[in-house]
Design a protein around this ligand. Structure first.
Ligand SMILES: C[S@@+](CC[C@H](N)C(=O)[O-])C[C@H]1O[C@@H](n2cnc3c(N)ncnc32)[C@H](O)[C@@H]1O
Length: 273
């Protein structure tokens, strides 16, 4: 299968093409309170708490896989002075990320690259001290291959911080699976899968945290903002587009409230050789 035959970008591309429009900015501000340019369930408080987990210094090289429009990456580069590389399959995400890095004045410390992590990346072995991948693994077809690739890119002792918003912790109906998967290819896993695949790739799990509350916080905020701006959103996306977004977010809220689908943070360290 070639990259273009199953391009995972199309799910996010339409959103990223208008990501920095005044309406989208307003929706994010109302939804998240503190909009750092994320397009995920990440909150600014989470990012602040994750910076020390990665031990980033000005000389550190950080990779963000599935960086989207680079909100979290730019946040971490700005707050630590490290060098950042972002990789995403969506060209619109990379364009938006470039503009965000420039607006934040960190364009000289941020390199961005379009690529599909369902395939090996062109990045050099052991070229990063830390990797983040926030709410991306749910979209990947072969997570063992992905974890192996992250192990190749990290230096021994390097840290991988990843969040998976698709850990099945309760009953989910077929309609819910379909609505929750509307951003493209989506893979849900039971607890224990990420843990054993990380270990098989040579990582030692050092921390795990349930972050389903961040999904609830962001999704409820997004739902409120969407309802408040219904007519403006319909003018851009049409009634059907608006309806799809509302059903998606309502499903996310319901699954999180029931704790049927959990979002878990994994912090892992690559074994020293
Ligand atoms: C939920 S968004 C998260 C974006 C970003 N990490 C953030 O927190 O704002 C998921 C991202 O994964 C990217 N993605 C999905 N499949 C991918 C793949 N196969 N290779 C690279 N990026 C991918 C999407 O384009 C999207 O930007």
């Amino acid at each position: 299968m070639t990259a273009s035959e199953h391009s995972p970008a199309k799910g996010y591309d339409p959103v990223y093409a208008v990501f920095d429009s005044p309406l989208m900015r307003e929706l994010r501000k109302e939804a998240y309170g503190e909009d750092v340019g994320q397009h995920s369930w990440v909150t600014a408080d989470e990012l602040r708490s994750d910076v020390p987990r990665l031990s980033l210094a000005t000389s550190s090289r950080l990779l963000d896989v599935g960086c989207g429009p680079c909100g979290p990456l730019v946040f971490m580069v700005k707050s630590t002075g490290c060098m950042g590389t972002g990789l995403d399959v969506s060209a619109s995400a990379i364009d938006s990320g470039r503009a965000r890095a420039s607006a934040a004045g960190v364009q000289d410390r941020v390199a961005l690259l379009e690529g599909d992590v369902n395939f090996p990346t062109p990045l050099v072995d052991s070229s990063f001290d830390a990797v983040i991948s926030l709410d991306v693994v749910v979209h990947l077809r072969d997570r063992q291959m992905f974890f192996d690739e992250m192990a190749r890119l990290l230096v021994p002792g390097g840290r991988l911080l990843l969040t998976d918003a698709g850990v099945i912790t309760g009953p989910i109906s077929n309609e819910e699976v379909e609505r929750r998967s509307s951003n493209g290819y989506t893979q849900f896993v039971p607890p224990g899968v990420n843990e054993s695949l990380l270990e098989a790739a040579g990582f030692r799990l050092i921390e795990q945290e349930d972050r389903t509350n961040s999904v609830l916080f962001n999704a409820m905020g997004r739902l409120r903002a969407l309802l408040a701006h219904r007519l403006e959103v319909e003018a851009v996306d049409g009634k059907a587009g608006y309806g799809r977004q509302q059903r998606y977010i309502e499903t996310v809220v319901a699954l999180s409230e029931r704790r049927a689908l959990s979002r878990i943070m994994y912090l892992a360290e690559l074994a020293e050789v």
